[in-house]
Design a protein around this ligand. Sequence first.
Ligand SMILES: C[S@@+](CC[C@H](N)C(=O)[O-])C[C@H]1O[C@@H](n2cnc3c(N)ncnc32)[C@H](O)[C@@H]1O
Length: 231
Amino acid sequence: MALFDSKDPRQDLVGSDAATRALSVAAVENDFVEGVYDKLATVYDVVFGPTLHPGRVEAIARMSIAPDTRVLEVGVGTGINLALYPRDAQITGIDFSASMLEKARERMWKKELGNVRLLQMDAADLKFPDNSFDIVYAPYLISVVPDPVQVAQEMRRVCRSGGRIIFLNHFQSPNFLLSKIERLISPLTIHIGFKSDLDLPAFLAQAELKPVSIEKVNVPRIWSLVTCIKH
Ligand SMILES: C[S@@+](CC[C@H](N)C(=O)[O-])C[C@H]1O[C@@H](n2cnc3c(N)ncnc32)[C@H](O)[C@@H]1O
């Protein structure tokens, strides 16, 4: 599948200022985001469960995770993905919200997921040595964090050479009108946990990541599954 839709895709979408332009009009701090998710924990699975689930299922299916693969899920939340991973893979989930992690722990016990460990940690400051994981996956996280580039750099650091760094997220639309609306509402959407206008080409350029595939998921298909390899 083509990475981008247009003729000279990277150039059209990336733009000459991709390495320097702001990724979003909305600025958030960790304390603010943590507060939002601590409040959302009890309703998260109802509000963000079914609508975003096809993307979660497709993403993990596409990973074709082999036995003993070491997977890090960054921003594991209530653990809604945990039962989707193969039981013979080693799954580590991190999140900084104690309330979200509590839900994830309940889920882990209920579903008897012996292959999972959960840790409280900031995605921008991962407490793992370099090259610790085969797959480092951030489902619906990167538009939530204050500094997406710092998080991507941390994800890259803890991923082994040749391993995969994967983002599942909504990014700013390439459509002119939609992108304007997303910019306009982004300072509001941060109150329900995400920036609606994260600029994908600028993010990739600033994080120095080159995707090997970008696929649209969910309905409507406005979320992207972005897969990168660590070289
Ligand atoms: C939209 S939820 C995604 C949850 C889950 N991955 C999913 O598929 O639904 C985002 C999660 O990221 C967590 N989060 C946000 N910023 C974080 C950070 N800097 N470090 C760790 N977790 C963070 C939030 O607490 C929340 O649980």
